[in-house]
Ligand binder design. Structure first.
Ligand SMILES: [Zn+2]
Length: 326
């Protein structure tokens, strides 16, 4: 529908630059980047973490205006219930892995209880997207939530023109990021990102990327973005993504992206990694630390487990120079 809210859903495994891509796209005229929007209920409303603008969520003028527009004020939203509904869509409370929730999202008639949760959560998200569109005036909302359950649910939302930005990264790079400890910022207590063993990371890479291919094959408008290509030539990739989603950019619209440098725009990402809080010029560099850091056995394990899909994205085994700009 012509007046549907256009939402570009960044989809992927994590540890693949989603926050950076969200901020860069959000700097374009006609776009607004909001970060991992499905976490707004817990990290924004319940925990009061800082917004990307560095204000506590409740004091951020952007999110205050969105809450007013969408719900008549955040006090009228039961954030605990919204968080629980989101958890149900991911099978959080069942001893069943998250992938098994996806068929229920695509075919909600299989369970009336699941369908009711999906509809209730969808109604909240629709109002939220509509509020963001009204307050920002943007034509495209960029949501970097990434996880399949959220992306699948949003892909089916009435009143939302959902598009997929399928972000892929070399699974060996993802695996190496998963074994490193990274301190979380923007939270009051000290905590660390979850660590994953390389084999687990590889299997997760495989099913998550396969899941998003299902959506694309089902007809969802999709742009594939390789993390490595974005880091090598962000201006080229951003222009391609904008064109693929109906926005033609002028030369001056990309003035904040110069070669491999991005002058990070002022924005209000509600959740995401620590890059949310960085301001000023950021020089991109391809994170190829895994080439030295991942031990040979781990590397071969990841290569073997991801083989069915890895070459589809141009990530070949063996060679030390197998990441191009295709
Ligand atoms: Zn803010």
């Amino acid at each position: 529908m012509a007046d549907d809210v256009k939402v570009l859903l960044i989809a992927g495994t994590g540890q693949n630059g989603a926050t950076l891509v969200c901020r860069t796209l959000g700097g374009l005229p006609g776009f607004v980047g909001v970060g991992e929007l499905g976490l707004i209920w817990d990290q924004g409303l319940l925990e009061g973490r800082n917004c990307g603008c560095d204000s506590p969520f409740a004091a951020c003028p952007f999110w205050t205006a969105v809450g007013q527009e969408a719900f008549g004020g955040w006090s009228r939203v039961d954030a605990g219930r919204a968080k629980a509904l989101r958890g149900r869509l991911l099978f959080r409370r069942l001893p069943i892995p998250h992938p098994f929730a996806l068929p229920f999202i695509l075919h909600p008639g299989m369970s009336s209880g699941f369908r009711r949760s999906l509809e209730e959560y969808g109604a909240l998200m629709r109002r939220l997207y509509q509020g963001i569109a009204a307050v920002s005036g943007a034509e495209v909302i960029v949501d970097s939530m990434k996880v399949p359950g959220h992306v699948f649910a949003m892909s089916r939302l009435a009143g939302v023109d959902a598009r997929l930005l399928h972000l892929v990264r070399d699974p060996r790079g993802v695996a190496f990021s998963n074994v490193k400890e990274v301190k979380r910022e923007g939270v009051r207590s000290e905590s660390y990102r979850v660590r994953r063993r390389p084999a687990k990371s590889a299997l997760r890479w495989l099913w998550i990327n396969q899941a998003f291919r299902v959506l694309a094959h089902g007809g969802m408008p999709t742009t594939i973005l390789r993390y490595e290509s974005f880091v090598a030539a962000p201006g080229v990739e951003v222009r391609r993504i904008a064109a693929g989603n109906g926005v033609a950019l002028g030369e001056e619209d990309l003035a904040f992206v110069r070669g491999d440098e991005i002058d990070l725009p002022e924005d209000h990402l509600v959740a995401g990694n620590r890059l949310r809080f960085q301001t000023g010029v950021l020089r991109l560099r391809s994170d190829e630390e895994w080439r030295q850091g991942l031990d040979p056995l781990q590397r071969r394990t990841v290569e073997a487990l991801t083989a069915p899909l890895r070459s589809a994205y141009g990530y070949r085994s063996g060679s030390s120079r197998d990441v191009g700009n295709a």
